[in-house]
Design a protein around this ligand. Sequence first.
Ligand code: PGA
Length: 215
Amino acid sequence: MKSLLLVANFKSNKTVSEAKTWLGEFSEDFSPGPEKEIIICPSFTALSALSERNQAIKLGAQDISPFPEGAYTGEVNNMQIKEFADYVLIGHSERRENFNEDENLLKKKVEEALKVELKVIFCVQDKEQNIPQGVEIIAYEPVSAIGTGNPATPENAQMVSSELKKKVPGAVVLYGGSVTPENIRDFTQKPDIHGVLVGGASLDAKEFAKIARGA
Ligand code: PGA
């Protein structure tokens, strides 16, 4: 059986105490194992608190500074993230759209992440997008599927995942966009889809535990 990465992206949601409650509830309902790795991406503010809790659950940051440490007000750099997390999301469509993140900036972010051996989950919205050197995990997230309740078809997700694997040999490809407990298996049973990136349905711990069990 292939091993799966099941990633929860809380986006700009949850206080520290809400994130801790979530982790407590989720841990009661699901225990990760080698076949299903769980990665939680909370806001920066919750990374420290969550890192002290369930060691079996991995953490990811939702963003990273494109610069090293220094005079970059408001930014969180690679080493600050590495203190608490193993993964980082880069290239999410919400950052490309709302914060004008372009290919050049995303490349710098990837370089910063790789310097400290953070594992990059690089989001692309279609199979043509540029993928910076060194990326080993790619999340295919068509914009029309994000937060809309209108997922890609599993056939489309499989087709794009297989193209992405050809483009970046050895890469692990995830699917993201309106994943739910009801449709998770349709995606994870496809041969080239090695997990999912979940937004809305990850905010409820019980719901995300159902996704993890069903994957
Ligand atoms: P969604 O978001 O599950 O709410 O569609 C996915 C994502 O943006 O990563």
